[in-house]
Write a new protein. Sequence first.
Length: 317
Amino acid sequence: MPPFRGMPYHYPPAFCYPLTEVCMYILFTLCCIHAWKKGPGSVAYLLGGLGFGLLLEYVNVATSAGYVYGKFWVMLGAAPNDIPLCIGMGWAVIMYTARLVTDAFGLPIWAAAAIDTLLAINIDLSMDVVAYRLHMWHWDWENRAGIEFSLTGQWFGVPYGNFYGWLLVVFYYAAFARWLERSSLRRFYVWRISTPLLSILLSQVALYISLFPLADWLRRFNVTSAHRFMALLIIFSVMAVAGFRKRRLNVTVHLPLVTWLVPAWFHVYFICWFFGAGFYRENGWMTFWSVTSFAAGLLIHWLLYRYLHQKKRALAA
């Protein structure tokens, strides 16, 4: 029998989880090396992303009945509320490398945070569909809406509320961190290294308000998680376009290899599993959107790098 009711897929080959985990450790190590060279502020931002990601995941499994993780090598906490260390690292490297890209364009805080968020959600839209079918994590559809929705509910089995949360998490952390870093206290070393912790605290408060009191109030007007997700997606897209017009290109910034490597790994790795495990046979629309997300991710990063390179050449001439 498959490991979860309503899921026709069995566990993936034995090498899947260790391979995923080792790759995440490598990506996190490479980001640590880069952050160390940049300075304590960058290290603190990366480690803050790790801590924030782990805290979010723990709260999620502890408060959401039926939401559980597959068993990786390094698990934190007691089953069934244990979480993989590598998942927190995934949050950290995605947010860290997205910021490296947007910082190079000298964007306003709100626009930079919005673009960070859009780069992150582009990864998650295709990753979650595949990871869910690989049993890396599981939503309790049999108790949420019925077994028949395990693969068809909302975004091909992934709740829209998951994506709504992704948008809020990345935006709040990116925005609060940047805002605190511009404080007049930034000249103090202690302030620079404690900024991520303060960012996490502020983000948690904002996240709680958005996910509970605000969401509960909106439900009174039949505003679902899908509506909230689409509304935020549109708002952040408008913010990104408006803010990009106010960019002040930093010609001294060179985008490191990790800004290519991290998004490329997520896109390529999970699209390979999507086709290699045969998930593409399940639903034509799911295949369309998975391929579209993969292509969009590559195109967006290529356009950003190309624009940055051309502008630097023009300014240096």
